[in-house]
Design a protein around this ligand. Structure first.
Ligand SMILES: *Cc1c(COP(=O)(O)O)cnc(C)c1O
Length: 216
């Protein structure tokens, strides 16, 4: 990570590691904390419901990185530090509708599909301004930036363009939307985090490269 930051003159401390412990036993979470990692992530609400309370009095923050079903959406409020996968206006509307008086505000990143793959979720770059504009009006959600998932490939040009497009969409939102600051870009996984850092990532979501292969 430091070498990648160095190559483009970025400060290495401007990119945080989000340690994705999904599919690994609790002993791996303990090992991550012992190694000094403080940001942990799961991709299923069920795993968060189990793990967040179990680590409540420990020095760590939890993130939700996977697709969030609308039915389960209200459960993440108050549970996670940051939702990385706010992937549609429908999901945002449901989160807003189900928030009750006194509930904590949910910090979130808007997922944008910058690879063009059908299998990936998220807003399209073309509808991002309109959709994020509406999300900014929602008082129970606080937008911190954007997230994307790159295709699984070794093609550097494809990966770079996926990440660069996210940065460009973020710049456009900052320019066009009052109240949008876009301080975080969650991009880069085990396969492609160096390129993502070179393209401006502030959060890399790492599983395999830290903890090895998952079961199943
Ligand atoms: C599993 C997962 C990761 C981590 O993937 P690795 O390739 O193991 O680093 C990152 N982001 C999301 C959304 C994931 O589901």
């Amino acid at each position: 990570m430091a070498a990648a930051a160095d190559r483009v003159g970025r400060d290495p401390s401007d990119t945080r590691v989000i340690a994705v412990t999904k599919g690994h036993p609790v002993a791996v979470v303990e090992a991550a904390l012992a190694a000094g990692l403080r940001d942990l992530a799961e991709n299923r609400v069920e795993a968060l419901v189990e793990r967040v309370p179990a680590f409540r009095d420990r020095d760590c923050r939890w993130h939700m990185v996977g697709r969030l079903q609308r039915r389960k959406a209200p459960e993440v409020r108050g549970l996670v530090e940051l939702l990385h996968s706010l992937d549609s206006l429908k999901l945002a509307r449901r989160l807003e509708r189900t928030a009750e008086d006194g509930d904590p505000v949910l910090a979130a990143l808007v997922q944008v599909n910058t690879s063009g793959e059908d299998s990936k979720g998220g807003l399209t770059p073309d509808n991002a301004v309109a959709a994020v504009g509406e999300m900014l009006e929602m008082s129970s959600i606080e937008l911190r930036g954007l997230m994307t998932m790159a295709p699984y490939t070794d093609d550097e040009a494809v990966l770079r363009s996926t990440f660069r497009t996210l940065r460009e969409v973020n710049d456009r939102l900052i320019a066009e939307l009052d109240g949008y600051e876009g301080e975080e870009l969650s991009m880069g996984m085990s396969n492609d985090f160096e390129l993502a850092i070179e393209e401006g990532s502030t959060m890399v979501r790492l599983g395999t490269v830290l903890f090895g292969e998952r079961d199943g």
